[in-house]
Design a binder for this molecule. Structure first.
Ligand code: AMP
Length: 590
């Protein structure tokens, strides 16, 4: 390798533009080997150029120049790094290296005392910029290609605890301080050079002569700016092509409130319904015995669900499934609570697999044996999916057709009866649109039920609610003992004017003033909505409503007509109790 001076490096086309904005504190003696490919210092120069101007066009131009100078692998890395992330979305991206560990390493290499370091930090208020100056004339000013930076980041990610510092220190010692500045920025997740993801997309578009809408379209599919940049570079602008093992963004659903809405919104005469399963979203890619699973945020989760991965190898087809992972034992779906035991684990023990086995309820097929199916109508995708005749642990989402709002009402009621929170309504003629929350998929979720309750105690509010009685403990009627038993406490749902009015009322019906709280005569009836019911030892009723909110004040309703404890128990049993699993087992068909 040839020794070249900094000046001769600057004769490179892109560096010329960048140097207008950049002052690198390079000691006079510094020379460095120039590798054939641009390295971390070039990245830093590009980053500094972007940060050195507030003009969007200038930022885009500088970045585009830089992107053009890179080979595919570096382009992939640089585009991701520029967004202030060490990894693309398909890797578990937490480095697990905190601010204090990071600053300790920088401090140690700099050899400066704490006072000096603090003074410098106050000057910059940015970890990266601080590191850049603290390390001036303290490092080797070496060339470090981006792949080595990436390898170091990976080494940091996989090292445990204090061992994370060593690979970082080795890297920082080798770098030019300006390059170190940017490595620290990437690690701390804050570039602070005024660069949004949208600008990186614009730079990719400019670099490779494609319209920005194409870049955005491809990015919607890949969810990964690095992969997007490489595809755009090679003119792969087809947005309906799926590449196996490259996760694509999930299609999302928009909420609707009533069964009448979907028909109007979709402009369709018939709609399809599927249960809204309460598990975790999952994308499964399989070809020739290789299997990868991805979560909703496109992280790879293959190791979390080994039974899915193992069985997928027997599918006999190259496929990309979209579906929901559910815990499922002895033919019955288990509650989300049980599935939670399986989530976020690196290793799944045999015991856990036995206790909480999982299934994948598939509701879409996006790729089959070399063919991308994104543009096919849902009807065709489902036909092909059914043709695969998948077996346990793969199930198909339960599908029904509705041609009128009353059909939908009935299916919705049945779904609720089976213990589901809601219904997905899908347009059978619709393509699969990754990353979009459009109108082709709607979700119909309504509060489970409301209860009419009476207020038994009130509390003074805090903050904005200071000086008003805003927190209401409420009860239902226990007919067995003819007593009121509390089932929850609501803070939300009333307007400020209503709260002011209620404050006067509660002050006038207080039976026991306990300072911050007041027992009141049970006469104010409220209708409350809630998300779920739990067993609770805190309340004498034995139940607590979760996330209750006041729907309205029911002055029309006398206290002796409020809901009963039996009704609460019945709702609990139907939707949340131990028997619910039984009912949930009816949700999926094999
Ligand atoms: P939400 O999280 O309320 O926005 O609802 C959308 C989520 O519902 C999706 O991301 C899926 O994880 C989940 N889901 C459950 N069942 C289905 C289904 N049949 N089709 C699509 N998404 C479903």
């Amino acid at each position: 390798m040839v020794d070249v001076t900094v000046e001769s490096v600057n004769t490179q086309e892109h560096a010329l533009i960048l140097d207008e904005f950049l002052e690198i504190g390079t000691p006079a003696h510094a020379t460095y080997d120039r590798p054939p490919n641009p390295d971390m210092l070039d990245f830093a120069r590009a980053g500094a150029a972007v940060g050195g101007t507030s003009a969007t066009l200038e930022k885009t131009r500088a970045l585009a120049e830089y992107f053009r100078s890179l080979d595919d692998d570096d382009l992939r890395r640089a585009a991701v790094f520029m967004t202030g992330r060490p990894f693309g979305p398909s890797k578990r991206s937490t480095l697990g290296l905190g601010w204090s560990a990071l600053s300790k390493v920088v401090g140690a290499i700099s050899g400066r005392d704490d006072d000096e370091l603090q003074l410098l930090f106050r000057k910059h208020s940015d970890l990266g910029d601080w590191a850049g100056e603290a390390l001036e004339a303290r490092t080797e000013y070496g060339d470090v290609p981006l792949d080595e930076v990436e390898k170091t980041l990976e080494a940091i990610r996989t090292a445990r605890g204090a061992a994370k510092a060593a690979p970082l220190e080795r890297l920082l010692r080798r770098l030019h301080p300006e390059a170190a500045r940017f490595v620290v920025k990437i690690i701390s997740g804050e570039m602070r050079i005024g660069l949004s993801e949208g600008l990186v997309e614009a730079a990719v578009a400019e670099a490779f002569g494609q319209p920005v809408t194409k870049v955005k379209g491809v990015h919607l599919i890949t969810g990964d700016i690095g992969e997007t940049a490489v595809r755009i570079k090679h003119g792969l602008i087809e947005t309906s092509e799926v590449t196996l093992f490259q996760p694509i963004r999930f299609m999302l659903a928009s909420p609707v409130e009533t069964a009448a809405e979907p028909f109007g919104r979709m402009g369709a005469e018939k709609v399809w319904t599927e249960e809204k399963y309460d598990g975790v979203r999952c994308q499964l890619h399989h070809a020739d015995g290789r299997v990868e699973l991805f979560s909703r945020d496109l992280k790879e989760t293959t190791s979390a669900f080994p039974e899915l991965a193992e069985n997928a190898t027997r599918l006999g087809h190259a496929v990309l499934f979209d579906g929901e992972v559910l815990a499922h034992r002895d033919g019955r779906v288990l509650r989300f609570f049980e599935l939670q035991h399986r989530l976020g684990r690196k290793q799944v023990t045999a015991e856990l697999r036995r206790e909480v086995p999982v299934v994948l309820v598939i509701f879409d097929l996006l790729y089959l044996d070399g063919r991308s199916l994104l543009d096919e109508p849902l009807e065709e995708r489902r036909r092909l999916l059914e043709g695969l005749r998948v077996e346990h642990p793969f199930l198909l989402a339960r599908l029904e057709e509705a041609t009128s709002p009353s059909d939908l009402e009935r299916i919705f009621a049945d779904t609720r009866e089976r213990g589901h929170e809601g219904l997905m309504v899908k347009d059978p003629a619709s393509p699969y649109t990754p990353g979009r929350r459009g109108l082709a998929w709607l979700k119909l979720k309504r509060p489970l039920a409301t209860l009419d309750v009476v207020v038994t105690a009130v509390e003074w509010g805090h903050g904005k609610r200071k000086g008003v009685l805003s927190d209401y403990t409420f009860a239902v009627n226990d007919t067995a003992t003819s007593r009121l038993v509390n089932v929850g406490k609501a803070y939300t749902g009333l307007t400020d004017a209503e709260i002011a009015e209620m404050t006067k009322r509660f002050l006038s019906i207080t039976v026991d003033d306990r300072g911050w709280s007041r027992m009141v005569k049970p006469e104010v009836v409220l209708e409350v909505a809630f998300d779920s019911i739990q067993h609770s030892s805190r309340h004498a009723s034995g139940y607590a409503l979760r996330f209750p909110r006041i729907v309205r004040i029911r002055d029309d309703k006398p206290v002796d007509e409020i809901d009963t404890l039996e009704r609460v128990a019945e709702l609990y049993e139907r939707y949340f109790g131990a028997n619910t699993a039984e009912k949930l087992s009816e949700v999926a068909e094999t």
